[in-house]
Design a protein around this ligand. Structure first.
Ligand code: MIC
Ligand code: SF4
Length: 665
C-alpha cells in the first residue's frame, strides 16, 4: 500500500514564515506564492519545479476518472488540505449513466475526505470562487478554467485528472516555472464595456498560443475598478491564451467580496512588491477599450463589435464559468426590463451558481428576464459544452462563453461568436449584433449587503469512512492500464492534422459522448469523430500508430480522455509543430511521447499512412537525449523531446500511474 507519496516529515512552509523569508526581496505575486509553496527545484523560468497544493477541484466529467485513478493508488483518505468534487457538466441525465456517476462521486467523496457540491449548486469555478477561494493558496483542478480562482488572488492551475489524483495522494504538483507577464491596467472601463472585453483584447494581442508557459499577473491603478467576479472573468479566459494561470492581487476589493460572502476570515492581502519585476510587459488602458467580439472558429479571432455589427443572430446564450456572476446577470436583467427578446432569437440564460440564482430570484431580476422572453436554464455548463442548447443549422449564436471551436456547440455548421453579457443582451433584443452602447444609459446595479451564503448543497466528508460504500453503476469500467515504453517503435501515421487542433476535436463532448467518460472502451469509438469517423477502426486494425499535428496541438480543455483514449487505441507518439501545455502533460501522464518537429520540413515530409520507425527510443530517453530521429521511408526527420527528467521516467514507466506506484511501493 502506498501510504504517503510526498515527503511525510516535511512541514509546508506557511505563508507567514514565507513572508518573513521574502520580505527583503522584491517579488511579484506569482513568485511569492510559488516560493511559499516550493517543494522542489529552482524558480528559473522553464525549469521544472514542484509546488505543494492547498486545494484540489474536480468536476464530474473529469472527476470520475480522477477518482478511479486515486483509488488505484490505494490511499485511504485524500492528503490535500481541501479537496472539492463538483457536479456541473453532465447534468442531462438522459439515461442512467450520468446519475450513476453523480452517485459514485458523492459516495466516493464521502468516503475519501472530499467535499461534494451537488448537481444544482452551480458551475465549479463560480462556486469555488464564492465559497472556497483563498488568496495566496495554490489550487489545481481537472478543468482548464481552474484559473478562475486567480480573480481572488489564488495561483490556480488547470491540469489533467491524473495529476489531481496524484496530488490528492500527497504528492506535490510538477510544472515548468512560468514566465511572469505583468499586465498593467490603467483607467476605468466605460459604460457597456466590461471585463470580458479586457480578456478579448488580451486574446487579440497575444493569440491562443501566446500564453504557453506564462502566468499573466494583473496590476496597476485600473484593477481597483474591477470586482472579484470581473477579475475572475479575465483569469478564467486566460486559459484561452494557453497560459499556466492568471492572477490578480488580493486587495480591499477582494476583502469586500469575502465580506459579502461571509468569509472575511479567509481573506488576506496579497500584493506585489512596489518594485516587483516581470519577465514581460503588457499595458491596457481600460478607458480606451470598446466592446469586442470573437468571430466564429477561435477565441482569438477578436474584432471590435462595430466591425461585425448588423450580423443577424438566431441564438444568444448568457452563462458559463466566464460570465454568469451576479453583476453579469443583473446588467442583462436591467437591459431586458420592460422589453421583449427579438422574435427570431432564442435567449438562454444560465446563472453560474445557486447563490447567483437565488439572489436574482429574491430581488426580482429573474422575473424581468422571464417576462422579456428568456429561457432560464439550470446552473450548469449546459450549451458551453454542447450539452443542450445547440443552435439551429447554419445559424449565428452569440454567447458569453469562452470557446467557439467548430462543432463544440453540437451543431457543425453554426457560427458561434463570443462576447460580453452586454453585447449578448444587445443582440438578443435587436436580433442582430449590436454595439451595446446603443442601448442607452448603462444600468445602475443594486448590490445586496451580503450574498446568500447557504452551503447546504455542499456535503462534508464522513467522519466514519470505513462504513461508507462507494456505489458504482454499470457504465463505470475499470481503468485501462498502459504498458512500459518499448525500445523500437514502428507503425503508421494514423492521421495528419492542421494547426490549432483542440481537445474538443480529438475527443469531442456533447450529450452522446460525455456520459462515457468513465467507460474508456466505449468513448474510444469517438476519437476524432467530427473530422475522421474511421479513426478508431483504423487505429485498432493497425494495432496503434502515430498522430501528426500542427501548432498548439491539444489546445483547450484539460480532458485527459484526449490522451487516454488514443493510448487505449495504441497511439505511441504524437509528433506536432508545438503543443498546448495541459495536453502535453496529459500525453506524458499516459505514456504517449509528445515530440516536436525540429525543423519546418518535418511536418511536410510526413503523410497519413506513412510507416515510421523510432529505434533505440528507450535508450535515448534514458540517456537524456533531446533529439529523437525518426525514419520515414528512407528519410530521417529530427524530432525534439522537450520534457523534464521526471517526465522521462514517467514515459519509460508507461505513464504517471505506473510511475507513482513503482516509486512508492
Ligand atoms: C471545457 O470547457 O472544455 C470543459 C468541458 O470544461 C473541459 C473539461 C472536460 O472536458 O471535462 C475543460 O475545460 O477542461
Ligand atoms: Fe463548464 Fe464551459 Fe466552464 Fe468548461 S468552459 S467549465 S464547459 S462552463
Amino acid at each position: 500500500m502506498i501510504d504517503q507519496l510526498y515527503n511525510p516529515g516535511k512541514k509546508y512552509i506557511t505563508f507567514i514564515s514565507f513572508q518573513l523569508l521574502v520580505n527583503s526581496m522584491s517579488m511579484n505575486i506569482t513568485r511569492k506564492i510559488i516560493s511559499s509553496h516550493l517543494a522542489e527545484g529552482e524558480m528559473i523560468p522553464g525549469r521544472e519545479i514542484a509546488i505543494t497544493i492547498d486545494q484540489t477541484l474536480t468536476q464530474d466529467a473529469t472527476g470520475t476518472m480522477a477518482y478511479l485513478q486515486f483509488e488505484a493508488l490505494d490511499i485511504p483518505r485524500v492528503k490535500v488540505p481541501l479537496a472539492v468534487s463538483y457536479v456541473d457538466h453532465n447534468m442531462l441525465q438522459a439515461g442512467f449513466e450520468n446519475a450513476d456517476d453523480h452517485r459514485f462521486l458523492q459516495t466516493f467523496a464521502f468516503k475519501y475526505g472530499i467535499y461534494y457540491s451537488k448537481p444544482g449548486n452551480g458551475i465549479c469555478h463560480q462556486v469555488n470562487l464564492e465559497r472556497f477561494s483563498k488568496p495566496g493558496n495554490t489550487m489545481i483542478g481537472s478543468d482548464s478554467h481552474t484559473p478562475t480562482g486567480g480573480g481572488a488572488g489564488m495561483l490556480a492551475i488547470g491540469v489533467g485528472g491524473l495529476d489531481v489524483a496524484v496530488v490528492m495522494g500527497g504528492a506535490p504538483y510538477y510544472l515548468k516555472m512560468p514566465i511572469v507577464v505583468g499586465v498593467k491596467l490603467s483607467g476605468k472601463l466605460k459604460p457597456w464595456v466590461s471585463a470580458k472585453d479586457v480578456i478579448l483584447e488580451m486574446l487579440r494581442q497575444c493569440t491562443v498560443k501566446g500564453g504557453v508557459g506564462k502566468v499573466f499577473e494583473y496590476y496597476g491603478p485600473g484593477i481597483a475598478t474591477l470586482t472579484v467576479p470581473e477579475r475572475a472573468t479575465i483569469t478564467n479566459m486566460g486559459a484561452e491564451l494557453g497560459a499556466t494561470s492568471s492572477i490578480f492581487p488580493s486587495d480591499d476589493v477582494t476583502k469586500e467580496f469575502f465580506r459579502m460572502q461571509g468569509r472575511l476570515e479567509d481573506w488576506r492581502e496579497i500584493s506585489a512588491d512596489d518594485d516587483a519585476e516581470y519577465n514581460e510587459h503588457i499595458e491596457i488602458n481600460l478607458d480606451e477599450l470598446e466592446p469586442m467580439i470573437a468571430k466564429p472558429g477561435s477565441p482569438d479571432a477578436v474584432v471590435k463589435v462595430s466591425e461585425v455589427e448588423g450580423t443577424l443572430v438566431q441564438q444568444v446564450i448568457i452563462g458559463s464559468c466566464t460570465n454568469s456572476s451576479y453583476k453579469d446577470l443583473m446588467i442583462v436583467a436591467e437591459a431586458l426590463k420592460g422589453k421583449k427578446v427579438n422574435q427570431d432569437v432564442s435567449l438562454h440564460i444560465t446563472p453560474g451558481s445557486r447563490q447567483v440564482l437565488e439572489t436574482i430570484i429574491r430581488n426580482g431580476a429573474l422575473a424581468d428576464m422571464v417576462s422579456a422572453g428568456a429561457r432560464i436554464m439550470e446552473t450548469t455548463c449546459d450549451g458551453c459544452i454542447g450539452l443542450g442548447s445547440s443552435p439551429p443549422s447554419n445559424s449565428v449564436s452569440v454567447r458569453s462563453f469562452n470557446r467557439n471551436w467548430e462543432g463544440r456547440s453540437g451543431t457543425m455548421d453554426d457560427s458561434v461568436y463570443l462576447a460580453s453579457p452586454e453585447v449578448c443582451v444587445a443582440a438578443a433584443l435587436n436580433g442582430k449584433i449590436t454595439d451595446p452602447r446603443k442601448l442607452g444609459e448603462y444600468p445602475e446595479i443594486v448590490w445586496p449587503d451580503t450574498f446568500v451564503a447557504d452551503d447546504s448543497m455542499i456535503i462534508s466528508p464522513s467522519d466514519n469512512p470505513d462504513s461508507v460504500e462507494v456505489i458504482r453503476g454499470p457504465n463505470i469500467k475499470p481503468l485501462p492500464k498502459a504498458k512500459p515504453l518499448s525500445s523500437d517503435l514502428e507503425g503508421k501515421i494514423l492521421i495528419k492534422l492542421e494547426d490549432g487542433i483542440s481537445t474538443d476535436c480529438i475527443m469531442p463532448a456533447g450529450p452522446k459522448i460525455l456520459p462515457l467518460r468513465s467507460n474508456i472502451p466505449a468513448i474510444c469509438e469517438f476519437v476524432f469523430s467530427q473530422v475522421d469517423a474511421d479513426f478508431p477502426t483504423r487505429a485498432k486494425e493497425m494495432q496503434g500508430g502515430f498522430i501528426v499535428g500542427g501548432e498548439n496541438y491539444g489546445q483547450g480543455s484539460s480532458r485527459e480522455h484526449a490522451a487516454l483514449a488514443p493510448m487505449y487505441l495504441g497511439v505511441k507518439a504524437v509528433i506536432a509543430k508545438s503543443f498546448a501545455r495541459i495536453h502535453k502533460a496529459n500525453l506524458v501522464n499516459f505514456g504517449i511521447l509528445p515530440l516536436e518537429f525540429a525543423g519546418p520540413a518535418g511536418y511536410d515530409a510526413m503523410e497519413q499512412g506513412d510507416v515510421i520507425r523510432f529505434s533505440r527510443v528507450r535508450e535515448l530517453i534514458e540517456s537524456g537525449a533531446t533529439a529523437l530521429p525518426v525514419k520515414v521511408g528512407t528519410n530521417t526527420i529530427e524530432c525534439t523531446l522537450d520534457i523534464s527528467d521526471r517526465q522521462r521516467e514517467v514515459i519509460l514507466a508507461g505513464g504517471l500511474l505506473n510511475y507513482t506506484k513503482m516509486k512508492h511501493s
